[in-house]
Ligand binder design. Structure first.
Ligand code: DX5
Ligand code: ZN
Length: 225
């Protein structure tokens, strides 16, 4: 089953606890948490104390996406704050293999994210060590941007590569996903769909998540192989 991970970046931060409960009641499988540092990406969001607060009210796993430079410095804090998946950007990690092992040693599921212009090569020799590969379908930094269609081919190529190598990592896709394009993203090979404005920008979270899930299921059905 395709999983839906609403990104709390588009939630009402003045009512974060309520928003978490609302998307969980609406059927969210994971809660996607966008951490930005103003260096790696041109925006600032939240840090470990907020992740820790989310952990206290969330019942679904926290899918923490670190859009930060030098993530090694903060892995321990984000692990202790309650991250289930902890994802770093390949572009921010000169010693990616070491970083991935460090995430696993701290008890989290390691993920690596790739920006839209980054090829698959940086993860080629760590993919067996990963639980998740996050393909960005917008340039990270902001919610509400448009989906970049060339990423679909990259998702397909990654899916084929994982299969060929027998690697178990799940493919997550993040950026510009709405009900209207969930089918094509799932058809390309995504197993987890992140959606911020596509969920929180709609009046009925339950109806939106249900529609997204059913579109994704249709896409997966026609996926080749
Ligand atoms: C972008 C973030 C995304 C973002 C998605 O930098 O990593 O998770 O919140 O938001 P939408 O779905 O609105 O593009
Ligand atoms: Zn994200």
């Amino acid at each position: 089953m395709i999983q839906i991970a609403p990104s709390i970046l588009s939630a009402d931060f003045s009512r974060l606890g309520e928003e978490v409960r609302a998307v969980e009641a609406a059927g969210a499988d994971l809660l996607h948490v966008d951490v930005m540092d103003g260096h790696f990406v041109p925006n600032l969001t939240i840090g470990p104390p907020v992740v820790e607060a989310l952990k206290r009210c969330a019942t679904v796993p926290l899918d923490v996406h670190l859009m930060i430079a030098d993530p090694d410095r903060y892995l321990a804090e984000f692990a202790e704050a309650g991250s289930a998946y902890l994802t770093v950007h390949a572009e921010a990690c000169p010693h990616l293999h070491r970083t991935v092992q460090a995430i696993r040693e701290r008890g989290c599921r390691p993920g690596v994210a790739l920006n839209p212009a980054t090829p698959l090569e940086p993860i080629e020799w760590v993919m067996e060590d990963l639980d998740l590969i996050l393909i960005m379908s917008v340039n990270p930094g902001f919610g509400g941007q448009g989906f970049i269609p060339s990423v679909l081919k990259k998702i397909e190529t990654l899916r084929d590569l994982l299969k060929k190598r027998g690697a178990k990592a799940v493919i997550e896709v993040d950026g510009g996903i709405k009900v209207g394009n969930a089918a094509e993203v799932a058809r390309a090979g995504a197993e987890i769909l992140v959606s911020g404005s596509g969920v929180f920008g709609t009046p009925d979270y339950r109806a939106t998540i249900a529609a997204m899930r059913s579109e994704a299921a249709k896409g997966k059905e026609v996926r080749k192989g």
